[in-house]
Design a protein around this ligand. Sequence first.
Ligand code: KIV
Ligand code: ZN
Length: 541
Amino acid sequence: MKHVERLIVFDTTLRDGEQSPGATLNTQEKLEIARQLARLGVDVIEAGFPYASPGDFEAVQLIARELKGVTICGLARTLPQDIDRCAEALQDAERARIHTFIATSDLHMQYKLRKSREDVLASTQEAVTHACNKLRELRGDRFWEVEFSPEDAGRSDEAFLFQVIETAIRAGATTINIPDTVGYTTPSEFGGLIRRIREHVPNIDQAIISVHCHNDLGLAAANSLEAVKNGARQVECTINGIGERAGNCSLEEIVMTLFVRRPYFNPYFGRPAESEEPLTQIKTTEIYRTSRLVSTHTGMLVQPNKAIVGANAFAHESGIHQDGVLKNKRTYEIMDAESIGLAENHLVLGKLSGRNAFRSRLQELGFFLNETDLNRAFLRFKDLADKKKHVTDWDLEAIVNDEARQVLEAYQLLQVQVSCGDQGLPTATVKILVPQGEELVDAAVGTGPVDAVYKAINRMIQLPNELIEFSVQSVTEGIDALGKVTIRLRHGGKTFTGHGANTDIIVASARAYINALNKLHNALSHPEIMTNQEEIAGQKV
Ligand code: KIV
Ligand code: ZN
């Protein structure tokens, strides 16, 4: 196996993560997440599946054009049209990788592909060769590489799997990714598979072994770590563990395990246990911020008890634990909140702070706004600073996310007024600006103030939909906190997410609803950019 001295972190939040039910991201959101992943220090960003839709192609191309110092990867089936489209999207990347895959388990080959083992071997050989030729032709001397995945490797016949891997390496693949596609294996089985691949594939020394574990039995991180102990040197993972069904291996769990338990893992990398050199190049202090950004954009909330990034991950409720932590942190804390960037949520700016201080703090947080967006965000900040004593980083992040999104919107919320209480009928009056530039006002009565607001909006923006999720979170602690509303609605089998932040949760709810309706409106106005997984699924791979 190719020698690598540390673990390569391959992030697939924008590809496999985006396949989570309802986690659809637009191009701008993907670009923002990609920038943050680069800041986090991942080695490879799998930015999408360019053949799947023009929207996916555009996002991969934009990310490939902008981000330097990180490898940008696109997914492709073993079909020439997928590979060509993928290579085209990656053409301008500083470092480009095509990831091509085909299923190798009997179950998948027989029922999904309707292909024989010979067919799959031939497709592997042709696809990897084609991907190498295409990248060579388009990129010449600029860096490129090809990764190959035998899908459902965890349930594939081993002798056949070894043959496919050998074929892919001979054709030019330099990373061989072993997916446990349905999260079926256990740690010792999966570790054993990686060991046997190293023992039985004759040319494995010419490739890096990668693993891609799904979390159907909650074993994705354990399986990946066992694979690392057996020689895997790339782990494919997602922020917050999002992904198909129960999700993928979570990036933060792998990275923090290697960080906290470095002396245990060092010898597996051929180092002395006490070596202090990091095992990944991840900047761990960016983990928490990345987790929040992904959660905000995908609308997938992080469960409170989620390892590393859950709201309770560093909270101590019982008296015995609190007492212990006060006496010596290490009694109940195996890592510091600071190590994932959690405790940096300090007071940053006040009522009297000027635009320059505001701009430079935003830049430190990774937000680079143009003048118009900056002005809008600054007004929101001033407004918040008047109402709220302490304005924190998380407040700034909520304001920017809320403001930046509103600018792109066709429908804009101008005013919302409600009357409610335990007597009388909850009533809302809402004023909006519609795409034609006209201002509309309407009023409605509902079961509660939010229902009344949504009914009034529905009377003006007639886009039928089903509201499937509504949640309110407070951005920081305290009664004066900003409220962050996340909603998801469904239309024609597709899910759209909306967010809004305000100290008034009725206003935040209205903003979130308008935000989701704008995404629905955009999708209906540009049906060609929609991902069509049904079409992909219907084609023979
Ligand atoms: O889970 C899987 O098998 C995949 C492959 C495309 C790598 O996502
Ligand atoms: Zn997957």
